[in-house]
Write a protein of this length. Structure first.
Lengths: 233, 252
């Protein structure tokens, strides 16, 4: 009976038997279960990614114009209360632009050069995101690439998700023991898995003459745990 | 015209070996994404390209976000991204081991080793999409012979030789070849900066030239040639190799 029960439990969990703790005998019967815990929370930070594009007859001028535009963007962000350390710019790129549609001109010669750069500004107040986007557009940003939401310090949420995962595992183990007509013993093994924070669905509207509105949605903080419980004789 | 069907990404593209390779690759039909920390030199490179398909990106090569953006922009050039040259490198030569600051050591490894690995790693999805690719890393003849007062740089170049071998093994079945070129002393801005730190720069340059069997410095375009060979399909059975182009430095 004892052997049969062990085999049944193994089939249930589809996991190999490995001696995980020194005092547990390899033949001791156990129940192994997986637990999941999820906590929903509203993000408290938003990062706006935007691009500045400038065009000029030569590459150096296009880059200079881009640097000027970026200075204006930085000044606007400062006015909107975004600190320097929350701003990142680093991806200045330049390339030739051609006139591919007019057959009367030399299509292999550049008609201009375009410089692009990106700025990422992180704000700690979600409500201020729309204002920051409006400030960016007003300062010459011509491409808003998106808004990314995050939770600044997720430690407490991760802890709670782990608590829920362990409670879930214990609930499942109790259910399995009851259904199988055995008594549940102490945990023999507890393994935690890294949690995940899937990106939230993001909504943003950019319409002329209107203040920008951004809906952050909610983020999930999850944790997983694998638990092995002894089966008491 | 070995490269008409592809885009090549080059770091350290605005000077020395990187720049010489960009110019030759454009001449052989490649589209190029040129990466460097020197924005003004990149602007000059684009204008000198005279309408050939090139796009630049300025920034720190050890920044993974920059590498991701680089391959995104490279894909935007409209051809399969099949080539990568990591030519960005720095040295803190002229310093005895006892005097190399920890920060200086770390910075050399950050740019030379992590800067190469970061782009190699970031390029894998692009190479997979292209059905394969060729990566060329820049080592140094000093990785094989050693040299005084340049420990961080030389150790970093030894790491590059090992990275080329191990990445070649790991990626061979995905159609990605990884090789390195080990130049001798090449007349580049980096070499001139390095020599200028010596007590007697001209005497140091003379000593360095004489270490080569050919008794001269190499030219950047003489390193572009083996790089372009390894980037091309002509080297289709060459991987995990470090090719010396050192004017006979290791033979002498």
């Amino acid at each position: 009976m004892r052997r049969a029960l062990t085999a049944a439990m193994l089939a249930l969990t589809a996991l190999a038997v490995l001696p995980a703790v020194a005092q547990a005998d390899i033949d001791d019967p156990y129940i192994q279960v997986e637990g999941e815990g999820v906590v929903q929370a509203a993000p408290d930070r938003a990062t706006v990614s935007a691009g500045v594009e400038t065009r000029a007859p030569n590459a150096a001028e296009a880059m200079r114009a881009n640097a000027d535009a970026m200075n204006a963007v930085m000044a606007e962000l400062a006015k909107a209360g975004v600190e320097d350390r929350m701003i990142r710019t680093s991806q200045l790129s330049v390339y030739p632009v051609f006139n591919r549609s007019d057959r009367d001109v030399d299509q292999s010669a550049p008609i201009a050069y375009e410089a692009t750069n990106q700025v990422e500004a992180t704000v700690a107040e979600i409500a201020a995101v729309g204002e920051v986007i409006d400030a960016l557009v007003g300062a010459g940003v011509n491409r808003i690439q998106g808004v990314r939401f995050s939770i600044d310090d997720a430690t407490a949420l991760e802890d709670e998700a782990l608590r829920r995962a362990i409670a879930d595992a214990r609930r499942k183990a109790t259910l399995v023991a009851e259904a199988a007509g055995v008594r549940l013993g102490a945990p023999l093994l507890i393994e935690t898995r890294g949690g995940g924070r899937p990106a939230p669905v993001m909504r943003m509207t950019l319409e002329a003459g209107q203040a920008t509105s951004v809906a952050p949605g909610e983020q999930s903080v999850s944790a997983g745990v694998s638990m092995r419980f002894a089966i008491l004789d | 015209m070995r490269f008409q069907d592809r885009t090549i990404v080059v770091t350290g593209a605005a000077s020395g070996i990187g720049r010489a390779t960009v110019e030759r690759a454009l001449g052989e039909g490649a589209a190029v994404l040129a990466v460097d920390r020197d924005a003004a030199a990149l602007a000059a490179l684009v204008e000198a390209a005279g309408g050939k398909p090139i796009r630049t990106l300025e920034g720190d090569v050890a920044d993974a976000a920059l590498a991701a953006e680089g391959f995104r922009l490279a894909a935007g050039l409209g051809r399969p991204v099949k080539g990568l040259l990591t030519a960005a490198g720095i040295s803190v030569s002229g310093t005895p081991i006892a005097e190399i600051a920890d920060e200086a050591w770390d910075e050399v490894f950050r740019v030379n080793v992590r800067g190469s690995w970061t782009w190699l790693k970031a390029g894998l999805p692009a190479f997979e999409a292209a059905g394969g690719g060729s990566v060329v890393l820049i080592a140094s003849q000093l990785a094989f012979g050693g040299g005084a007062l340049n420990a961080a740089y030389i150790a970093s170049k030894g790491a590059i030789v090992s990275l080329a071998k191990t990445a070649a093994m790991e990626l061979a079945e995905t159609g990605v070849r990884v090789n390195a070129v080990a130049p001798g002393a090449i007349d580049t801005p980096m070499l001139r900066r390095s020599m200028s730190k010596q007590a007697d720069p001209e005497a140091a340059a003379e000593r360095s030239r004489n270490r080569h069997a050919m008794k001269r410095f190499g030219r950047a375009e003489e390193i572009a040639s083996p790089i372009l060979y390894l980037l091309s399909d002509e080297a289709s059975f060459v991987t995990g190799h470090t090719m010396l182009a050192d004017g006979g430095w290791t033979a002498a």
